[in-house]
Ligand binder design. Structure first.
Ligand SMILES: *[C@@H]1O[C@H](CO)[C@@H](O)[C@H](O)[C@H]1NC(C)=O
Ligand SMILES: *[C@@H]1O[C@H](CO)[C@@H](O)[C@H](O)[C@H]1NC(C)=O
Ligand SMILES: *[C@@H]1O[C@H](CO)[C@@H](O)[C@H](O)[C@H]1NC(C)=O
Ligand SMILES: *[C@@H]1O[C@H](CO)[C@@H](O)[C@H](O)[C@H]1NC(C)=O
Ligand SMILES: *[C@@H]1O[C@H](CO)[C@@H](O)[C@H](O)[C@H]1NC(C)=O
Ligand SMILES: *[C@@H]1O[C@H](CO)[C@@H](O)[C@H](O)[C@H]1NC(C)=O
Ligand SMILES: *[C@@H]1O[C@H](CO)[C@@H](O)[C@H](O)[C@H]1NC(C)=O
Ligand SMILES: *[C@@H]1O[C@H](CO)[C@@H](O)[C@H](O)[C@H]1NC(C)=O
Ligand SMILES: CC(=O)N[C@H]1CO[C@H](CO)[C@@H](O)[C@@H]1O
Length: 406
């Protein structure tokens, strides 16, 4: 009975679907006669028009890009829309090689002020980034990098699933001022030596989940910036790349505090770093970074697997600058196993201006088989709670400096 019932249900659903794709006014297919896009051609205009119509639809609707390869010079998917909306991409969308050909600014495909959007399908957003990577000069200039593949700004209650982001010119996915957005089964790929190609960057956002996602890129797989809250990263694989990081806090004078970050059940393979919290010295504001937990992480040949670095300063000399005022507290590293590619497997370097409080190190089991020294760890301005660690990993060198005289 049950099997028969299910069969009938399936039959019914598939007939409904076939019917939908031909007549349903809730499907806006860019290749339909109305929009006229064809594989091999430029769909910039067709896609913008289909989005506008779908966005104006009074009931739930979707924009569909069927399989095939299309050129896209840019898209600004702006809301608010009248009802929930879906962008279903089955084909490959190709960015122009040069940003000067974009119709958009610093962004290839952007979503702004949209509530309840689903981005889905087995399709690929190909940023064709090779050109700007070769010219990247971000160490010298501020306005340096290329366009972001997928930018989400002021997007709420939304899901991005199944799609791939390939060879972005700059960050693959940039999330800013978003609330309640889930990324699942997303694939992000760029060569390990590509510049600034962060996988997913989150800034000033709340309730962002990244799950079952593979990221291999030339910069951080996931980077989480200031003002972020309730961020969960689970079942993510990272590598190549620079690891998963709470980013370079304390650099700008408009920064907000960050709290509630969970990174759980992730595997990092051959990455330059593992899990990190970084803050700059000379921070203009006394913000906080708290309630940050890294748990059940597997490291495979990872450089610097566990890092808190409050002396982060990649570009210029910072020796004489005042210590960071970002207060780090309630942080745990728990059940982290595998192999380190560097002898210094754990480094918790906190600010002499505001020591880290309530740092827990539990069940950390890392090995080092390289030629440059023996497995060790370093702690500065922190007294972590330690359990289940061999002595080489348990703050083998530990210094607490007096606070600076002011
Ligand atoms: C889509 O809507 C926006 C905003 O109303 C408008 O600026 C743009 O010209 C529209 N694009 C197309 C192709 O209809
Ligand atoms: C692009 O950005 C620059 C600098 O932020 C700005 O001056 C310019 O007006 C923007 N152009 C568009 C089309 O938004
Ligand atoms: C960086 O590269 C851009 C684009 O190639 C160029 O316009 C700019 O002058 C360069 N800046 C520096 C400081 O080299
Ligand atoms: C998001 O969904 C919640 C209910 O789940 C709703 O209360 C809220 O208003 C929605 N947010 C926006 C910006 O529409
Ligand atoms: C986010 O989701 C929570 C519950 O999941 C809901 O209460 C809240 O209204 C949502 N926020 C927004 C801005 O949509
Ligand atoms: C994200 O995951 C957390 C923990 O599993 C859950 O409580 C929360 O509702 C999820 N948020 C969204 C937007 O799905
Ligand atoms: C990771 O994925 C597996 C398999 O889908 C699931 O059983 C498990 O609960 C997930 N773990 C986390 C921490 O989300
Ligand atoms: C840190 O945790 C303690 C105890 O759980 C709590 O009382 C305190 O408010 C937390 N601090 C921050 C900044 O979250
Ligand atoms: C215990 C657990 O959650 N295991 C999952 C961790 O994530 C991998 C995928 O990255 C799954 O295969 C495991 O089942």
């Amino acid at each position: 009975m049950c099997v028969l019932g299910m069969f009938l249900l399936l039959l019914l659903t598939s007939t409904t679907k076939a019917h939908e794709s031909e007549h349903d006014s809730s499907v806006f297919d860019v290749t339909s006669a109305e929009y006229g896009a064809k594989p091999g051609s430029d769909i910039t205009f067709a896609l913008a028009k289909a989005w506008n119509d779908s966005c104006a639809s009074p009931s739930a609707s979707k924009v569909v890009v069927p399989s095939g390869t299309y050129k896209l010079r840019g898209a600004s998917f702006r809301g608010p829309c009248k009802a929930p909306i879906e962008l279903q991409v089955h084909g490959t969308l190709q960015a122009p090689e040069k940003d000067s050909e974009l119709t958009t600014n610093e962004t290839w495909v952007g979503f702004e002020h949209v509530d309840m959007i689903t981005v889905s399908g087995s399709g690929t957003f190909d940023g064709q980034g090779a050109l700007p990577w070769s010219r990247n000069n971000c160490s010298k200039s501020k306005n340096c990098a290329g366009s972001v593949n997928l930018r989400f700004s002021f997007v709420t209650n939304s899901t991005i699933q199944d799609v791939s982001s390939l060879n972005s010119k700059n960050f693959h996915i940039h999330v800013f001022r978003c609330i309640n957005v889930t990324f699942q089964h997303v694939h992000i790929t760029a060569p390990g030596d590509s510049k600034n190609t962060n996988g997913i960057h989150i800034g000033k956002s709340t309730g962002i989940n990244i799950t079952h996602t593979n990221i291999g890129t030339g910069d951080d797989c996931v980077s989480i910036g200031d003002g972020s809250n309730q961020i969960t990263v689970t079942n993510v694989t990272c590598g190549p790349g620079h690891g998963i990081s709470i980013e370079s806090l304390g650099r700008y004078n408009n920064e907000e505090s960050l709290a509630g970050i969970r990174v759980k059940n992730c595997t990092l393979t051959n990455t330059q770093n593992g899990v990190r919290i970084k803050t700059w010295p000379n921070s203009p504001l006394a913000t906080t970074a708290s309630d940050i937990h890294f748990e059940d992480i597997i490291m495979v040949n990872v450089g610097n697997p566990i890092v808190i670095d409050q002396l982060y300063c990649p570009y210029k000399k910072c020796d004489n600058l005042p210590p960071s005022k970002v207060k780090i507290s309630n942080v745990s590293f728990k059940n982290i196993k595998g192999s380190s590619a560097t002898a210094l497997a754990l480094k918790i370097v906190c600010s002499s201006g505001s020591r880290c409080e309530n740092v827990e190190l539990t069940d950390i089991d890392l090995t080092y088989n390289g030629a440059k020294g023996t497995l060790t760890s370093q702690c500065l301005n922190v007294k972590p709670t330690i359990s289940g660690l061999i002595s080489a990993l348990a703050c083998a060198t530990s210094i607490v400096m007096p606070p600076p005289l002011i």
